[in-house]
Design a protein around this ligand. Structure first.
Ligand code: SF4
Ligand code: SF4
Ligand code: SF4
Length: 314
């Protein structure tokens, strides 16, 4: 049976080993479940809810009927093609169908992990971190909204000599996560829109707390990479990119800006959670367009001794 999590644990929805993209060297990425924002382009919708969810992989369902017979609430509906799909308005996440389905069409997203279990899993790759200058990166969801877990996990890793990085949207309470900063070496801090009202339209939250946290983290002596996911029609206007560049240029703790091109790789996950993808049909901006944005931002960043970068496909 599924183990429910207690206050000493948190829900982790993925542990990805041997990553080379989210921080220096070879890294283990730990994705914590739960985020206060709802970005229209989110590539990890399974990270947004703090609680467990069930994902359904439609293509795996062989229409065997077992889950429909075993669901205690009778809320798995047989479609015309024979596949059984959950009526989520009635599901209480009992998990019976996840155990009944041999085809693994239905599965829980999120697994309760303790700091000790997680640290042990991370430490298994210590040799790779040492040889490559890598470590662990806590991501999400929003890792700073798990302050106690993050503090303990980051401290445990540091005690083993493992470098710790965090990827954050900055939308968390500073006083809660500040103690963990002492054990964090590297911070990748998202700034998605400089205008708070537009930020709210795009992500569900204004940006005041985020910018305040950027300033406070900088004042605490940490250095950060500001990351901007560039999403066509959402935040790629010149005034926005220039505004973010001006902010990054003025904050001492920001050492560089990295642009990330929008992609739709997470689109299929929305269907797995019974949700609509909000940006259907939106295309990835071409590399040349992205390099144009880099030049635009560098006009503001270079005089401040900083730079913007983008790693294109070519
Ligand atoms: S902040 Fe990140 S995890 Fe949260 S909704 Fe936005 S893209 Fe998704
Ligand atoms: S048990 Fe699995 S394979 Fe069988 S109908 Fe249900 S979801 Fe489909
Ligand atoms: S989790 Fe339980 S209630 Fe929900 S669909 Fe599966 S068996 Fe039914």
């Amino acid at each position: 049976m599924l183990r429910k999590h207690n206050e000493r644990e948190t829900l982790v929805f993925n542990v990805q080993k041997c990553s080379i993209h989210d921080g220096p060297g070879i890294r283990t990425l730990v994705f914590l479940k739960g985020c206060p924002m709802r970005c229209l382009w989110c590539a990890n919708p399974e990270s947004q809810e703090y609680g467990l969810e069930i994902a359904e992989t439609e293509s795996r369902c062989i229409g065997c009927n077992v889950c429909m017979e075993e669901c205690p609430r009778g809320c798995i509906v047989r479609r015309e093609d024979g596949r059984g799909m959950i009526d989520r308005s009635r599901c209480d996440l009992c998990g019976v169908c996840t155990e009944a389905c041999y085809a693994r069409s239905k599965r829980f997203v999120g697994e309760a992990r303790s700091v000790a279990e997680l640290t042990e899993a991370i430490a298994r790759d210590r040799t790779y971190y040492t040889n490559s200058g890598g470590g662990v990166t806590f991501s999400g969801g929003e890792p700073l909204t798990h302050p106690e877990f993050l503090l303990e996990a980051a401290r445990s890793c540091k005690e083993l000599g493992i470098s710790v990085a965090v990827e954050t949207c900055g939308c968390a309470d500073y006083d809660d996560f500040a103690p963990a900063l002492a054990y964090i070496d590297d911070i990748f801090f998202d700034v998605k829109h400089i205008d708070s009202q537009r930020h709210r339209q795009l992500t569900g939250k204004g940006n005041e707390k985020i910018i305040e946290n950027l300033l406070k983290i900088s004042a605490s002596g940490h250095s950060m990479t500001v990351r901007v996911p560039v999403v066509p029609g959402c935040n790629d206007e010149t005034e926005n990119l220039e505004g973010i560049a001006r902010l990054a240029a003025s904050v001492p703790g920001v050492r560089e800006v990295e642009l990330l091109a929008y992609h739709a790789l997470g689109e299929h996950k929305y269907a797995m959670l019974g949700r609509e993808y909000p940006l259907k049909g939106l295309q990835t901006p071409p590399d040349e367009t992205m390099y144009g944005y880099v030049d635009l931002m560098n006009k503001i960043l270079h005089p401040a001794g900083k730079a913007c970068r983008f790693e294109g496909k070519n």
